[in-house]
Design a protein around this ligand. Structure first.
Ligand SMILES: [Zn+2]
Length: 244
């Protein structure tokens, strides 16, 4: 059954990959898949980069000759694995649908932030509104605790943002990270937001040390707090049931 839900992840994955390619631009979402390199519209059979790469070059771009999008393949595989894991945790319950939906949003945030160093308001704002409604509707969390979770996440990261400005005279984290923390808080509710933020901070620290150790980053480089927060939140779905 977990494999079946992974297959659902494989179906959802191409849509997430499409959103990740299209949302940062100003051209709108569009229906047809586009080349990740030159932006050329591709035939519909190229919608799944994974399928295109398995079937061979037929999924490639006619204009620039680029093969199937590697990032798209990664997004589809990550989504399938993440969905399979959630099934093992929650089984066939409404919570599975809720956490899978939240994980889809987190995957979109993670890949866009990783690639563009951007956390888009057009993802976090609607996500926040949806999470404030869906968490109390599906999970054993009251609307008040959901709101408290969002406020807690936003305030803690807002404080880090302000302290960074005061101490370093430049932002230690981006304002998008603050909005993401509020979104995460609304997804998890209070007190599960604590687990999500702690795991996210821990994942960010591990990633920073790994980047420094491999000399691929200096201390002044961008640290991937957004992606780390996304990973931490996903992991928290396994430790806490939402709200618990
Ligand atoms: Zn192309």
């Amino acid at each position: 059954m977990a494999l079946v839900w992974s297959l659902v992840g494989l179906i959802v994955g191409p849509f997430l990959a499409h959103a990740i390619r299209r949302l940062p631009g100003r051209e709108g979402l569009r229906v047809m898949p586009v080349c990740g390199v030159c932006g050329e519209t591709l035939p519909f059979r190229a919608f799944s980069s994974l399928l295109a790469s398995i079937l061979g070059s037929r999924g490639g771009c006619g204009l620039c000759g680029a093969g199937p999008d590697g990032q798209g393949v990664a997004v589809e595989l990550v989504t399938a694995a993440a969905f399979g894991g959630l099934f093992l945790r929650y089984g066939a319950t409404p919570m599975l649908l809720l956490t899978s939906f939240y994980t889809s949003i987190l995957i979109v945030v993670l890949f866009i932030d990783w690639r563009h160093r951007l956390i888009l308001n057009r993802v976090t704002y609607p996500g926040l509104v949806l999470a404030l409604i869906l968490t109390p509707a599906v999970a054993p969390v009251t609307p008040g605790m959901t709101l408290l979770g969002a406020a807690f996440g936003g305030l803690v990261f807002g404080l880090v943002f302000e302290v960074g400005l005061l101490v370093y005279r430049k932002p230690a984290i981006a304002l998008g990270d603050v909005k993401l923390a509020a979104l995460v808080g609304a997804m998890a509710g209070y007190p599960a937001v604590l687990t999500a933020l702690l795991l996210g901070t821990f994942a960010g620290a591990v990633a920073s040390v790994a980047l420094l150790a491999t000399r691929r980053g200096s201390r002044h480089d961008y640290m991937p707090y957004g992606p780390a927060l996304c990973v931490g939140t996903y992991l928290s779905f396994f430790i806490n049931l939402l709200g618990a």
